[in-house]
Design a protein around this ligand. Structure first.
Ligand code: HEM
Length: 209
């Protein structure tokens, strides 16, 4: 779970950095998106790798949850948490929220079945107008609310997951324990702030079509 999860975290960070091209204007973002599509073998290798990691991660999460339940079939009479943070106790819920977000996000911006109106438009350089698609999407308050809710799930999940995966991999050392503990919330905050900046920049008209 730790390795597949870290692979997905790396994707999420690079995805956000790539999406920052929206601040450079339509030609920059569309040229960046076209560059990725112009290398179909690499694109499909990355897509298949990503999908395999996601499926592996979900299957292992279900197995682990079932194994935990079997180990303690009778619930505790009193639940008093001393160490476990809110994020660690809600990993299954935030994971499901995140999975639903990703499915809807792909249907929305990649497949285009949720809002087909802007999917196949081209910009002046003949590239797919990914910039126009984003601007069109985040002008809609319902889509903005949905994406912000997705960021909540993402932030909660990452804030526990990153630190926990480092511990699973045995990186816990007295010398940099505090750094490891801060890594999860730190990565979560950076990714969520970055994504929220993109969404709100469009919604507030700072980035426009
Ligand atoms: C504000 C946040 C986000 C924005 C603005 C955004 C934007 C986009 C856009 C524009 C595309 C389509 C690219 C194209 O048509 O060429 C896309 C695809 C995708 N996004 Fe996001 N995304 C966001 C968050 C996320 C998150 C949090 C995840 C994962 C947890 C994610 C996973 C994906 C995946 C897997 C694809 C498909 C890539 C492919 O075509 O192979 N996105 N995103």
């Amino acid at each position: 779970m730790a390795l597949s999860g870290l692979g997905l975290v790396i994707y999420v960070i690079f995805h956000m950095l790539g999406n920052f091209q929206v601040f450079e204007g339509p030609l920059a973002l569309n040229a960046y998106a076209a560059l990725l599509r112009d290398m179909p073998i690499l694109l499909w290798a990355a897509r298949i790798g990503l999908l395999s990691l996601a499926v592996l991660h979900v299957v292992l999460a279900i197995q682990l949850t079932l194994r935990n339940r079997r180990a303690r079939p009778i619930a505790y009479a009193v639940r008093e948490y001393r160490q476990a943070s809110f994020a660690s106790r809600t990993m299954a819920t935030s994971g499901v929220v995140l999975l639903l977000f990703i499915i809807v996000h792909l249907l929305h911006l990649t497949v285009g079945v949720i809002d087909p109106s802007s999917v196949d438009r081209l910009d002046v350089e003949g590239h797919r107008d990914v910039y126009g698609k984003l601007v069109h999407a985040f002008q809609n308050p319902f889509i903005v609310a949905f994406y912000l809710a997705g960021q909540l799930g993402l932030g909660l999940h990452l804030s526990h997951a990153v630190t926990s995966s480092f511990q699973t991999l045995g990186l816990e050392q007295a010398a940099f324990n505090r750094l490891l503990k801060a890594a999860g919330p730190g990565v979560a905050l950076l990714v969520v702030l970055g994504n929220v900046a993109i969404i709100l920049a469009v919604f507030l008209g700072i980035v426009r079509g």
